[in-house]
Design a protein. Sequence first.
Length: 293
Amino acid sequence: MPELPEVETVRRGLAPVMEGARFDKVEARRGDLRWPLPRDFVQRLEGQTVTGLGRRAKYILADLSSGEVLLMHLGMSGSFRVAKADDENAPGNFHHERSKAAAHDHIVFHMSNGGVATFNDPRRFGCMKLVSRDRLDEEPLLRALGPEPLGNAFDAAMLASACERKQTSLKAALLDQRVVAGLGNIYVCEALHRSHLSPKRKASTIADRKGAPNERAIALVDAIRTVLNDAIKAGGSSLRDHRQTDGELGYFQHSFRVYGREGEACPTRGCTGIVRRIVQSGRSTFWCPVCQK
């Protein structure tokens, strides 16, 4: 499933064709994705202008002139492709292998600036909802989310406070979207390695007895911010499904230090460890048992 860097990459790719443009025509080629599309989905979008395009955790949020917000989630295999209406690579004539199956082009947005944004989702685990802007904080998909890891509210004090009473592993705590929003398996593994913290360590050990952050919390927050920013600059990571909106792959997978590198030498300078794989809560964890303590 795409994580925060992949979703942010898609948002940035959609912004030039969607922000400030009007939905001239919307094609809903089926009535459901993961869930049924909202009632009168097409009618509520056509004629509306996208006044802003944001992101919350792994959701893309399009503010509409109607006062509603189009909430979009990529699911496990969803992707957008952007083209001009007269582009030879417009929907129906893709040259990128993954996008040739037009049967999976479920939603097509025709924008007033000539842009066409097509949502392709073979597994149909993605979703789209229309929510009133003034009730967005009450939206069930969003209301329990923790702070954005790249936002000002996320710092060592906040993370230590959220973890001080947790007896779960540090990795499990970071994957909890109520603690911090948008992190997934890949970037948690990478951040823990950069901060030299074991994924098996108790989450509470990044706080002192008063709940204040210790040096582990400070290092971890810095590592999370750094790895996410590096991944966004690289266009995200392409493992199975992720492509950018122009059809190109992301490249951060070439910078993985531990993820998917079981049996390889730890890249930390001076470390003699070998990257290992363990299973935590049904998910693969990659780590170095020598330099991650």
